[in-house]
Design a protein around this ligand. Structure first.
Ligand code: NAD
Length: 437
């Protein structure tokens, strides 16, 4: 699993040569608006889904190791809970702001609807570089943030999970802090207030690899439906954190070859393929891929032009811009990150006949296994890894098939089709429940 990540984010999020620099939330709204047009949805549906239900901002003091007090700002945006409790990750990165969290929360609503799990959408975070803090400082930050959020999160109300810059340990600190504030009789039942915990503290088997494993299941389903297989596919992965590393591991297990890997420190290339376990060992000790002996170094731009069949952006948003889209060699892009492809790049890829498997499908494995964890916690149960994987595979294959069917029905892109499937579920429930009073 990856170490904390966060540095180099602020300069990397919007490369100067990427002409699309705009609101990420606006991108998210534009994406579902295209599907809303296909379905002929009303202005009321659109207005409700364009506006997050709640936006919580907390400012809280934290003691640093040297005795200073830092006042940090944390966010939790609860986008929509028509289908179930708010659900979504907590991100620690210098680029976190209200607009980014709004966009990420919006995408969560459509992701949970697409895979048909009874959750809504939310996201949160703190604008910090977690690498700049000691483990003790991070623990105090997480606990104080959880305390500041108070009853804005809850086991049947809003359930955080890990995202960029956070991990299972972060979730255990959140769970322990929230439990400590609960009544003595509820301390164990409330542990499902977060998912993505360590297995020892009530996490699900398979949650650590779930997003990468899910990406492999979705790619497998899509290739199978087009008469192809993963076997022998040459893959390039940007980001070697939780998502990228486990995508690489599960793809190689399924017969693919990882020919290029990039992270915030650099990129490497080996046309004969690289072993994800070796890469993980190197990145965990060297805090990045730069200098790994498994391949030849590449520049950042050479990475995007590398000869491969499948390209997986699994780092940050807005990484695949129009200039890069004109040069990529892959025939399919499967989004591991949230929002990695700019709208302009998407047009270039469409013109070039390159398929994009959208984030709300490609990276939905994480929230799906988070749902499994929540169910296991409710039931006081612990499923086997084989059980988790087979349930995940079934749900993601179904979501892929539904997306492909909608793409055929509307002769549209897979992104528009995925939003069509999600919007149908959301608007059915919204219409039946109506608007109170
Ligand atoms: P992480 O913090 O574990 O890893 C992030 C990776 O991105 C690191 O390898 C880092 O080096 C790399 N990176 C950072 N800046 C970069 C840059 N400028 N260029 C190249 N690489 C860079 O984060 P993660 O959990 O793997 O999340 C990655 C993406 O996947 C995010 O968009 C996140 O929202 C999304 N996602 C995560 C999960 C999950 O379960 N963790 C689920 C769904 C979606």
């Amino acid at each position: 699993m990856s170490d904390f990540c966060g540095d180099a984010l602020s300069s990397a999020c919007f490369p100067p040569y990427c002409s699309f620099v705009s609101s990420l939330h606006l991108n998210a709204v534009r994406q579902f608006e295209r599907a809303a047009d296909l379905l002929g949805l009303t202005d009321a549906h659109r207005a409700i889904l364009a506006s997050p239900t709640n936006e919580v901002i907390v400012n809280f003091p934290v003691s640093m190791d040297d005795g200073r007090i830092e006042v940090l700002t944390g966010y939790r945006v609860q986008h929509n809970n028509a289908l179930g409790p708010f659900k979504g990750g907590m991100r620690f990165s210098p680029a976190v702001d209200l607009d980014e969290v709004r966009a990420l929360a919006t995408w969560m609503t459509f992701k949970t609807a697409l895979v048909d799990i009874p959750f809504g959408g939310a996201k949160g975070g703190i604008a910090i570089d977690p690498r700049a803090y000691s483990a003790e400082e991070l623990e105090r930050i997480v606990r104080r943030f959880t305390f500041a959020l108070g009853s804005n999160i809850g086991p049947d109300h809003d359930i955080p999970a890990p995202d960029m810059g956070t991990n299972a340990q972060t979730m255990v600190w959140m769970m322990d802090t929230y439990s400590s504030m609960a009544s003595a009789a509820d301390r164990h039942t409330v542990r499902r207030v977060v998912t993505g915990k360590t297995v020892a503290t009530g996490g699900s088997r398979g949650r650590d690899k779930a997003t990468g494993q899910g990406l492999t299941f979705v790619l497998d389903a899509w290739l199978n439906r087009t008469g192809d297989t993963i076997d022998g596919k040459r893959v390039a992965v940007q980001g070697f954190g939780n998502v990228g590393e486990h995508a690489a591991r599960t793809l190689v297990k399924a017969g693919a070859i990882v020919v290029a890997v990039a992270d915030h420190t650099g990129a490497i290339h080996n046309p004969d393929g690289m072993n994800p376990e070796h890469l993980w060992q190197y990145t965990s000790t060297h805090r990045g891929i730069k200098g790994a002996p498994d391949g030849e170094p590449l520049t950042e731009e050479e990475f995007w032009r590398v000869d491969c069949d499948v390209l997986i952006p699994a780092a940050l948003e807005n990484q695949l811009c129009a200039d890069r889209a004109r040069d990529i060699q892959a025939t399919v892009v499967i989004e591991g990150a949230n929002g990695p492809t700019t709208p302009e790049a998407e047009e270039v890829l469409e013109d070039r006949g390159i398929t994009v498997i959208p984030d709300i499908l490609g990276n939905a494995g994480g929230v799906t296994v988070s749902y499994f964890e929540w169910v296991q916690n409710r039931a006081g149960d612990a499923w086997t890894l084989a059980d988790v994987d087979s349930r995940l595979r079934r749900l993601l294959h179904e979501a892929t098939d539904e997306t492909l069917a909608a793409a055929k029905e509307f002769a549209c892109s897979l992104r528009d089709a995925a939003y069509v499937v999600a919007l149908r579920r959301l608007t059915t429930v919204m219409d039946q429940r109506g608007v109170f009073p």
